[in-house]
Design a protein around this ligand. Sequence first.
Ligand SMILES: NC(=O)c1ccc[n+]([C@@H]2O[C@H](COP(=O)([O-])OP(=O)(O)OC[C@H]3O[C@@H](n4cnc5c(N)ncnc54)[C@H](O)[C@@H]3O)[C@@H](O)[C@H]2O)c1
Length: 255
Amino acid sequence: MSGLLAGKRLLVTGVITDASIAFSVAKLAQENGAQVVLTGYGRLSLVERIARRLPEPAPVIELDVTDAEHLAGLADKVREHVDGLDGVVHSIGFAPQSCLGGGFLDAPWEDVATALHVSTYSYKSLAMAALPLMQPGGAVVGLTFDATKAWPVYDWMGVAKAGLESASRYLAMHLGKQGIRSNLVAAGPLRTIAAKSIPGFEQFETAWAERAPLGWSLTDQEPAARACLALMSDWFPATTGEIVHVDGGYHAIGA
Ligand SMILES: NC(=O)c1ccc[n+]([C@@H]2O[C@H](COP(=O)([O-])OP(=O)(O)OC[C@H]3O[C@@H](n4cnc5c(N)ncnc54)[C@H](O)[C@@H]3O)[C@@H](O)[C@H]2O)c1
């Protein structure tokens, strides 16, 4: 088997449609020699249907990242398909409606707690659940939306992403001794289910169209997926706690 990820075994979370960033990651990973196991949340039969559109059939394991039993059983379920993991992709985010679209000042703690549990804490939970299957050289990769700034309408999801960025650095610190890396890809706006659930998401679309030096496609998940693959490959062996921007260069440009 040839390709950037030849022989690597990956666990990919976050496929819900074929527009999911995770779908592009899984597809490109298979095309580049990896064996892929997916996890699905909630609508398992839908995820299984989408999984059949991949170049190779990929098994789907049920995983709600807030469910302690699912997390505890994950390693054994993955072992039914592969004998270890070289890479884990966290492509998960959720915030209740009150937390988005300008509701920052009014969102109740219960809703904020849900956003942080699913979108931030789960990065550590997923990594720990997969850890028994990992060896030195392994990598965990997640997806963020540049959290160094406050964005209109992103509100508590922005706070959750700031936490995710920090959590990735802490994971890098704690898992470094075991030779395991943790890195994030900061993607520009992409039209996925998660994005469509943000009222006012169009504001990002216009901003990127006007300012990204390289231009930006709202419907091309491949650049972000390619960066995820690169970070899980053997070509970033000494990089951890890093955030790679895949945003057409938007982050580098002043207003
Ligand atoms: N779309 C964008 O503009 C954009 C930009 C930057 C970063 N991101 C991030 O990329 C990641 C993937 O999102 P996407 O844009 O591909 O959207 P998506 O809607 O296709 O994927 C989000 C996934 O999160 C999963 N999920 C939600 N709650 C879960 C739970 N409790 N347990 C397990 N899984 C759960 C959903 O099932 C879904 O598969 C997210 O972290 C998102 O914040 C997206």
